[in-house]
Structures are given as C-alpha cells and as structure tokens.
Design a protein around this ligand. Structure first.
Ligand code: OOG
Ligand code: MG
Length: 259
C-alpha cells in the first residue's frame, strides 16, 4: 500500500507548530520505510520553503556510537537546516518554543564549494570546506518520549530544531579533525566529552556520506551551506535557565543560554 506522505508531512508540521508530541509514524502505519520517510522529510521542507524559510545547510544524525546507543538506532540519517533555526553565537533560546528539547555538541563544516558525487571521500570534503567550527545543536523530536525508529526520525528531519555555530573555527586541514576534543558542559559541569574520531572515525567522512546521499536524491551540497557532522556525545535535556557550553581543543567555545 502506498503511504500518504503528504498527510504525514502535515502531521509533523502541526506537531512543530503546536509544540506537541505525537505518536511515532511507524506505530501507526504498517511498512512505513526509509524511502517513505525521506519523502515525508522532503515535503516538510518544501512546505517550510513555500512559507518563506530558506535552506541554510544540512545535517547528519546518529553518526556516533554514543548517539546510536542513546537512541537505539544504528545507522546515520540525513536532514536539513533551515535559516530560521540558526541562532547567533551566544544566543538565548526560550525553551517554551519547543516540546522537550535536548542539546548536544556538534562539529560544523562551512562549505566553500558545491559538492556532488557517489564516491566523494573525506579528503574531497576537506578540499571543498571553507572552515570547521564548533556548534551546539538543539534537537527536539516531535515524537512521544523522544522515542523513534530510523524511519520516524528521518521523516522528522532528524529532530532538527535550533543550532548555534561558533563564529570562527579553523581551516579544514589545520589539524586532523579526528583528534579535536570536545567537552560539553551544562551549568559549568562537564556532562560528556569525546573527540572527532567518535564521528565514524573522521568528521569529514560523515560529510562525504551526506554528499553521496544528496547525490542519490539528485541534489548536491552547496557552497555557503552549514553542515552538522553529528554529535560525538550523547544529548542532554535542556531545561529553562541552563547555560550550555561546548569547549573544543581547536575551535572557540560555543555557548547557549536557555530561558
Ligand atoms: C536524532 C538527531 C541526531 C545527532 O547529531 O546525532 C543528531 C535524535 O537524536 O533525536 O542530530
Ligand atoms: Mg545533531
């Protein structure tokens, strides 16, 4: 039976707009698969763009063991970053805008050139990258109890909600990104730490997978886009009043204040 992807796109858009958690689609639709999920994701994006938003970039999710184990999903997933979701460095975020937000540190690539190809490598990604910076992603699954399967989280644009990107960063080959360490703090206490090798051995490799994915869909990664390679650590609940800081060995620290 064909899945009514238009209906499920509307279901997720309503959940975001009404700040309300909803049942996982796979609990409601037999046989809802990854192909259906990317089609729902595409329709949600199209609706946002039609309403005046813009694509600011793309993201990977579930690229570290820490995240895969936390969420019980063992494959990476790809999603979109909307311009409306990008917060300025040092920003405040009103948690009442979201359902049950969590925060996680990110390795962020700012692309200098368009990229496409089914066998793009990490080395090609480093050639096409303008700079690499730290970031904090706020994720907010639209699903009840933050629980989902791979197809659910893909349909839900990999839980994307907000992101803060560090203002500076480094040239892509200034250091081996696998060795860049990250310490993630909430209210001055370290809650998790990892290095870049947690991201499939090399953050640039994650971006290469994203390029291959976009190419399979008939698209490309575009110059000027911001790309999140994924969180190297698990995610933590974001409570009103909390101050979140991601510190890195080679990128400037990134902060977010929750209201
Ligand atoms: C899915 C989004 C995962 C990451 O960096 O792994 C993600 C989720 O955990 O809700 O953004
Ligand atoms: Mg993330």
């Amino acid at each position: 039976m064909t899945v009514d992807t238009e209906r499920w796109a509307r279901y997720l858009i309503d959940a975001v707009d009404q700040r309300r958690e909803v049942a996982a689609i796979t609990s409601l639709v037999d046989g809802f698969g990854v192909g259906d999920a990317y089609e729902v994701q595409r329709k949600v994006l199209a609706a946002r763009l039609a309403a005046g938003d813009r694509v600011a970039g793309a993201k990977l999710g579930l690229t570290s063991k820490a995240k895969q184990e936390q969420m019980g999903v063992d494959e990476p997933a790809y999603g979109w970053l909307l311009a409306s979701s990008v917060l300025d460095a040092g920003s405040e975020l009103d948690t009442a805008e979201l359902i049950h937000p969590r925060v996680e540190p990110e390795f962020v690539f700012v692309m200098g050139e368009d990229m496409a190809g089914e066998d793009v490598t990490a080395d090609d990604v480093l050639d096409a990258t303008e700079r690499v910076a730290g970031g904090i992603e706020v994720i907010d699954s639209r699903y009840e109890r933050f629980k989902f399967s791979l197809a659910d989280v893909i349909a839900d644009n990999t839980s994307a909600a907000r992101v803060v990107v560090g203002a500076d960063g480094i040239a892509p080959r200034e250091v081996d990104l696998a060795t860049v360490t990250c310490s993630f703090e909430i209210d001055g206490v370290e809650v998790a730490s990892a290095d870049g090798s947690a991201l499939l051995g090399q953050p640039a490799h994650c971006v290469a997978l994203l390029v291959r994915h976009l190419t399979r869909l008939g698209g490309k990664l575009e110059a000027g886009w911001t790309v999140l390679a994924g969180a190297p650590t698990d995610a933590h609940a974001l409570h009103p009043g909390s101050e979140v800081t991601a510190r890195y060995s080679h990128f400037p620290a990134v902060g977010l204040q929750a209201l």
